[in-house]
Design a protein around this ligand. Sequence first.
Ligand code: SF4
Length: 395
Amino acid sequence: MNSLPKLIQQCKDLAFDLQFTRSREWKAQEEGRVVVGYMPVYFPREIIHAAGGLPVAIFGGGDRKQIIKGDAYYQSYICHIPRSIIDLALDGHTNHFDGYLFPSICDVIRNLSGLFKLNKLGKFVKYMDFPQNFLPEIGGVFYQQEMQHVLHYIKEINGKEVTAHDLNHSIALYNTNRRLIARMYDIRQEFPWRMTIEELYYVLRAGTVIPVEEHNDILEQVVAHMEKEIGEPQDKIKVVVSGAFCEQPAVGLIKAIEEAGCYVVDDDYMLGSRMILGDIDPSTDKPLEAIANAYIHQSQYSSSIYDVHNPKEYRLAKIVQDRGADGVIFASASFCDPSLLDAPIFQKAFDEMGIRYISFQYSENINQFKVIKEQVGAFSDSIKLWEDDKALVIA
Ligand code: SF4
């Protein structure tokens, strides 16, 4: 077993490798291998794996790439991530990718898929609509058809006919992945000092750019370390971070929240890796239906999902309660419509329920956040000083 610092460093290097080197190596190792890039928030990676492909998340350039071409494609009053994604693609960072998938989340991502088509990037580009109808016979069937389209695109490249056995095998691997990630969060809930949120972030983000088998191996080692008594508890409140599911904050900001006095015991930074709660049935003769059913019945709350019968404000409140958190930090990328449109809904409900929160906005390329750190510090101090003022009441 590797040491924890070594594993963390390995994950950090993988997570921020803007040349996507591991996927280049993986593709070169065998004839017919297919690399498929996907954008946040969520994509069922199982189907790409089953088709002999490697799904690779593209989270933008963060604060590590100077944007030149991207600014020519987008107006100033939208978020930053589409500029850095198109810049990465036009500068050849993803020129070994065979295709690109754009899950539906907002108009920005929709337009980005159009720009990829216009620039003839990859052998296929698909904007993938996810169901907003949560009836299995309607939304579920539609979702299965969308997944069939993706499998068809990949088959045109490598000729692989995907069987139920292939899909079940991939589902089982991703089930293991989800279980190990959930275990890390459960350990952190009780012992958040055993691994910082920054380190956890590296470990999860690395998993979005390497084969799931390799990530599972890393996760098993990390969990084994976290199960030991390591680190020293500090006087910090516990918070949940919500709203940062697409464009990612700079790592310095992720780190600053904990440095300012908050243990982050849950978050949605890498929501796509945690979107499905629990296992997907890995032993069925209709695996696409199993994936669709999992999305319909077991998906995490998200700004990309409008499920009128399952209000997200209560779902977030439940997470706060289950994690024993003292409050919520709403962190939204500047101009992120899905996140910013949800914020007032959450905040109104939380005012009524007595859940304390603060909110701020960020941009992936901004590494100056003194004001945010002071705000978070004041939030933490106020909770420590007036801890018993409000009781949590979830309707
Ligand atoms: S950050 Fe928000 S607005 Fe921008 S692409 Fe992502 S979901 Fe859309």
